[in-house]
Design a binder for this molecule. Structure first.
Ligand code: PAF
Length: 283
């Protein structure tokens, strides 16, 4: 596997593949790779001629300095895992390479409420940072297919809208959330949980699945209140939001009505670690 840190070298390395019109699969990450990322890499290697994975902790998508400084980083382990998963090139640029002179070339896109609710509300500026970096990475790599996990469901919807707004040719491939044996959604942030917190963290997944089971038999508001109360029975948990929303627009649903495509999404603090998860609901 080739390891590259500069944009110029990435473009040079990709040139022969692009010339031959080969399929380039791309997995953008912020490193601290786990099985969730590696599944995306393996799916990409199965569906493309070449797979590129970027590892870049993007500072402009963090609205909280402490969260940024505590974000786990382990580049040599990431490189080993990517090599074993069949990745062909790891792009791991420094800050200066991505934002020369600290300049952030902004693309002003309007997403309506999509990037202002839930994650957008509690992490102001987060999606602006994601859109800037992902658009820049797409420009550098020119992928045929780009792979995103459904764990960050709102991010996936924002990226889909960015693709539409900018008329990008890349196919956005949505991949299922990968879970630990007890159901906890895999996340780099799980590494920051204490042993005690890790033992109870499955509660978020359990409540989400219970919500799916209860489904349309229970009014939406009642289900939401029940879920928040259930998670917070243990005082180590603090629910930031728990929403039941339309799966496409992510607008909160007030009543079941004709809606057949819904999703329950949650952001929950466990101690000082913020975890997000979601499950798709069927009615
Ligand atoms: O999902 C992530 O890890 C990040 O938001 C991404 C897409 C790599 C952009 O920095």
């Amino acid at each position: 596997m080739k390891e590259i840190t500069t944009i110029k070298e990435v473009k040079q390395w990709l040139k022969p593949y692009l010339k031959k019109n080969l399929r380039i699969g791309f997995v953008p990450t912020m490193g601290a790779l786990h099985e969730g990322h590696l599944r995306l890499v393996r799916q990409s290697t199965a569906e493309n001629n070449i797979t590129v994975c970027s590892v870049f902790v993007n500072p402009i998508q963090f609205n909280n300095q402490e969260d940024l400084s505590k974000y786990p980083r382990n580049l040599s382990q990431d490189a080993n895992l990517l090599r074993k998963s069949g990745c062909d090139m790891m792009f791991c640029p420094g800050l200066e390479e991505m934002y020369p002179g600290g300049r952030i070339d902004n693309v002003e896109l309007e997403f309506g409420l999509l990037d202002k609710i839930m994650e957008g509300k509690f992490r102001p500026g987060h999606f602006r940072g994601v859109v800037i970096v992902v658009n820049k990475l797409f420009n550098i790599i020119s992928p045929t297919n780009a792979y995103f996990g459904k764990k960050d469901y709102q991010q996936l919807m924002v990226i889909n809208r960015m693709k539409e707004a900018l008329g990008l040719a890349v196919n956005i491939i949505a991949c299922e959330t990968v879970r630990e044996n007890d159901g906890l959604a895999m996340s780099s942030r799980n590494l920051r949980l204490t042993i005690g917190e890790r033992q109870v963290a499955r509660k978020i997944f359990e409540v989400l699945y219970k919500v799916r089971e209860k489904g349309t038999k229970t009014p939406v508001w009642e289900l939401r209140e029940w879920a928040i109360k259930k998670i917070q029975e243990d005082s180590r948990f603090r629910v930031e939001y728990f929403e039941i929303a339309d799966r496409e627009t992510l607008m909160p649903i007030e009543s079941w009505g004709q809606k057949t495509q819904a999703i329950a999404l949650a952001a929950v603090y466990l101690g000082d670690v913020r975890l997000i998860d979601n499950v798709e609901l069927f009615s």
